[in-house]
Design a protein around this ligand. Structure first.
Ligand code: ADP
Length: 411
């Protein structure tokens, strides 16, 4: 997809406004769901502060502002003003739908849902499973419904793609009545991205998705792996919450739960302290002080031993998951890298893939070299496992699911 689309077409089929509402931020993108272009995009950060940051991109120009923004309502109203002032004209762009990213759909949603009062209530009711995300998602929906009262709106759930996980993968080995009572199971996250990338892989290699066993590695600031058999998710690394699994920018990923008891009993930390430590102060940042790979590589080049260890831990965990998912799938046809790190960091990709030839996994270092803004095969010709970089496009995927949901409802 080309985010720097430089005209303002009123697409004949209309456009979709995709909203990703976080606890203190709102990201948005106006998408042509058929052509795939981003007609405009932006973010409001630090909502609730005197110096909130607004950034609006359209037609190759970027507008950046700092001003007080009290709440999500004010943020989205300002976004509407930015569209009016800097384009594109929303009436001309013919917004036919609003698509919302919602993190946790729990056991309730196994696909996108046309939003009505009951859907908003259900999203709010799932808040105990995603206290940082679902209340903010619901707030964004509420405000968007006020701003676009006549436009249908759809919630697209990050967990929905993983509703197909077999019980053996989704069940934690705790008393089943406790798990049932407190809705404890593996829900996964980043599902929209894993699903989109797996479908893109099938399209790119020209084979039916039903024939492919894939491992998708979504490596952004948050990171997750999935095992996808014939287009159906059979395992994923994130769990009840996005804390489990791979090492991430600021999250620990897998950790012995005993560490939590140990910190509580011996370091006098409260549950909230430990929650904060593992979600926001751990991962690459916790080990090295940096959560961005560009800065991490600079530290390593300057001889920083903690940064080198952090990279080693990150790579080790990823390779462990690849091995585990090979066993889960039995046969792997494709490994696909995506998101900020997966698409841009050739050092990470090379380290993950090197030395696995006995497992059928090889990397062509020339093909791997550099950042990839388009889908690229990075394994050598004839390798048993096809390894690709596939740029993710979560907003486009949300826009397309939004349109499909509305069309299905109208029929
Ligand atoms: P999220 O959506 O989870 O915030 P992204 O998918 O945008 O994350 O990924 C952000 C991360 O991608 C950054 O923290 C950084 O580590 C990595 N990244 C972005 N650009 C580059 C680059 N050019 N080289 C290496 N890593 C990069």
């Amino acid at each position: 997809m080309n985010p720097s689309h430089d005209t303002t077409p009123a697409a004949a089929h209309g456009s979709v406004l995709v909203i990703n509402s976080g606890s203190s931020s709102v990201k948005y993108q106006l998408v042509d769901p058929v052509g795939g272009e981003a007609l405009a995009s932006g973010i409001v950060e630090r909502i609730g502060s005197q110096d909130a940051l607004l950034s609006h991109k359209h037609a190759g120009t970027s507008t950046k502002l700092t001003e007080p923004i009290a709440d999500h309502g004010q943020a989205l109203r300002r976004v509407m003003e930015l569209f009016a002032e800097h384009g594109p004209d929303l009436a001309e762009a013919d917004v036919v739908a609003v698509g919302h990213r919602v993190v946790q759909g729990g056991d309730v949603f196994d696909g996108p849902a046309l939003i009505d009062d009951a859907v908003v209530e259900a999203i709010e009711a799932l808040s105990p499973l995603a206290p940082l995300h679902n209340p903010a998602n619901a707030r964004g929906i509420q405000v968007a419904r006020e701003l676009f009262p006549d436009v249908p709106q759809v919630a697209v759930f990050d967990s929905a793609f993983f509703r197909t996980l077999p019980d053996a993968a989704a069940t934690y080995a705790i008393p089943l009545d406790v798990a049932a009572k407190y809705s404890i199971r593996r829900y996964g996250a980043h599902g929209t991205s894993h699903q989109y990338v797996a479908a893109e892989v099938a399209r790119l290699v020209g084979r039916p998705i039903e024939e492919l066993n894939q491992i998708v590695l979504h490596l952004g600031n948050g990171a997750s792996a999935s095992a996808i058999k014939g287009g159906v998710a059979v395992e994923t690394s994130m769990g009840l919450t996005p804390l489990e699994g791979l090492v991430m920018g600021t999250r620990s990923g897998d950790i012995d739960p005993g560490v939590i008891f140990h910190l509580h009993r011996n370091a006098g930390m409260s549950i909230d302290d430990i929650d904060n430590l593992l979600n926001r102060e751990s991962g690459l940042k916790g080990m090295s002080g940096e959560n961005d790979f560009r800065a991490l590589h600079d530290l390593i080049a300057a001889g920083d031993k903690d940064a080198a260890l952090a990279l080693d831990v990150y790579i080790h965990r990823l390779r462990k998951y690849i091995g585990a998912y090979q066993a889960v799938l039995g046969r792997v046809d494709v490994i696909a890298f995506t998101a900020g790190v997966g698409e841009n960091d050739d050092i990470v990709r090379a380290k993950v893939l090197t030395g696995l030839a006995d497992l059928g996994i090889e990397v062509d270092l020339e093909r791997n070299d550099g950042r990839k803004s388009a889908a690229t095969v990075i394994s050598p010709d004839g390798a048993k496992v096809l390894v690709l970089v596939v740029p993710t496009a979560e907003e486009l995927a949300i826009a397309r699911q939004t349109v499909a949901t509305i069309e299905a409802t109208e029929v």
